[in-house]
Design a protein around this ligand. Structure first.
Ligand SMILES: Cc1cc2nc3c(=O)[nH]c(=O)nc-3n(C[C@H](O)[C@H](O)[C@H](O)COP(=O)(O)OP(=O)(O)OC[C@H]3O[C@@H](n4cnc5c(N)ncnc54)[C@H](O)[C@@H]3O)c2cc1C
Length: 396
């Protein structure tokens, strides 16, 4: 039986390991950080019907549903506080999947726990540094702690700053900065909760704010605000107070409840540089293949990165199940995935607006949002959230 080395225990890593197991391939997941490392406070994810359906294919939708809360409606507001529309959330009409919200760390923990329950081994504190291929095709991964692991092929699920991507293509350009920060937080103390099962979106003059409130009374919020690319150590040193100040300032001219919600949030605030990768030249060779953000990081604006990472794992396993060897399987996987994921990256990048809008542009934007929200949501999003991976269909 073939054995896969999976690098990265975020989202693509555990999902790919479970999908490979379903395809009859064993895997060990190697994660750079220690087990239980603390993740960004207040950081959360929305999973759409396409990602949820892919989890269902692997039989691990249940644990994710238990760990998350459901939304099925979206409301949009202008910078003047006028409601532009209310609509079923993309995918919520279909199979009862809706949209699920949960802290990013909880999603990782839930997927890891489910993979471990299925007997998949995880190795923590294993930061990939390099690989070597022996004449018999065995691949050896080297880790920063001086240890090694061997397998038949290696899946780089090591995120946006992927080491595997650079090993495959040393000239690969670094991720592109979108010109925005995404600041997110969680609070139980706001006087402005979103209505039940609803995402409330506010189009400001210079920035975008969204929030949802769980049945347990936690309001998760995010703000996409303009900002320059900060080096990692500078970013890590920005305090919750400083993020509160920046978000409040970004919506100072708008009738948006951002300032009140942010003021009611304690230390559970994280700000991140917005990055994406519009295209990755090399997705694989005969021994290595990329999955998730390592292959196609999308700006957070469209909230699709995790769902895309989950789809990747299931499609990659189908290819390895049906084709004679990794080389053919990786080529088929790229063929099945590249166009779709690059379309999502482009859509998300277009949502990351950098310049403030003038009064005429804001009126046009409001009219466009109102028009879209009065229409059938399927018309614009069926290609995205209506996508289903057919596990049983053979890959040729
Ligand atoms: C602010 C923000 C908000 C977002 N909101 C959403 C959302 O609402 N919905 C959505 O679908 N997506 C969202 N995303 C995107 C989503 O988080 C990513 O697309 C998703 O996490 C990708 O999963 P991944 O497994 O490919 O990468 P990651 O989740 O980044 O996991 C990569 C793993 O690899 C490990 N690793 C890295 N380097 C090495 C190495 N050298 N050796 C070993 N291990 C290594 C890392 O420690 C990490 O655990 C958001 C992203 C951001 C930044």
């Amino acid at each position: 039986m073939a054995h896969a080395l999976i690098i990265g225990g975020g989202i693509a890593g555990p999902v790919t390991a479970m999908a490979l197991q379903r395809a009859g391939i064993t895997a060990t997941v190697h994660e750079a950080y220690p087990e239980g490392a603390v993740e960004e406070a207040g950081s959360f994810l929305a999973l759409f019907a396409n990602g949820l359906a892919a989890l269902r294919t692997l039989g691990c939708l249940g644990p994710v549903e238990e760990a998350s809360s459901a939304a099925d409606t979206i409301e949009s507001y202008s910078d003047t506080g006028v409601r532009l529309g209310r609509q079923a959330l993309a995918g919520s009409w279909d199979e009862g999947l809706g949209v699920r919200t949960l802290p990013r760390a909880v999603l990782c923990r839930t997927l890891r726990a489910e993979a471990v329950r299925r007997g998949i081994p995880f190795r923590y504190g294993k930061r990939l540094t390099g690989t070597a291929v022996r004449p018999d095709g065995t691949i050896t991964a080297s880790f920063a702690d001086g240890t090694h692991a061997e397998g038949d092929f290696l899946v780089g699920a090591d995120g946006i700053h992927s080491r595997t991507r650079v090993l495959l293509d040393p000239a690969a350009p670094p991720p592109r900065h979108t010109g925005q920060f995404t600041v997110c937080g969680a609070t139980r103390h706001t006087g402005h909760p979103a209505p039940p099962r609803t995402y409330r979106m506010h189009y400001g003059r210079r920035a975008f704010f969204g929030c949802t409130t769980t049945p347990g009374g936690v309001t998760y919020w995010f703000a996409n605000i303009p900002g320059a690319d900060l080096p990692r150590d500078v970013l890590a040193a920005v305090t919750a107070d400083e993020w509160r100040r920046r978000v409040t300032e970004a919506f100072a001219e708008d009738a948006v409840p951002a300032a009140a919600i942010v003021a009611a949030t304690g230390d559970e605030i994280t700000g991140l540089n917005g990055y994406d990768i519009p295209t990755t030249r090399v997705w694989h060779d005969a021994h290595h293949v990329l999955a998730g953000d390592a292959a196609h990081a999308t700006a957070p604006n469209a909230a699709q990165g995790a769902s895309m990472a989950i789809e990747d794992g299931v499609v990659l396993a189908r290819c390895l199940r049906d084709l004679p060897g990794p080389r053919q399987a990786f080529a088929a996987y790229e063929r099945l995935r590249r166009e779709r994921v690059e379309k999502v990256v482009a859509m998300s990048a277009a949502m990351a607006r950098r310049e403030p809008l003038g009064p005429g542009e804001r009126r046009a934007r409001d009219a466009e949002v109102a028009r879209r929200m009065a229409g059938d949501p399927r018309r614009d999003t069926e290609w995205l959230t209506g996508y289903r991976v057919d596990w049983d269909a053979p890959v040729r």
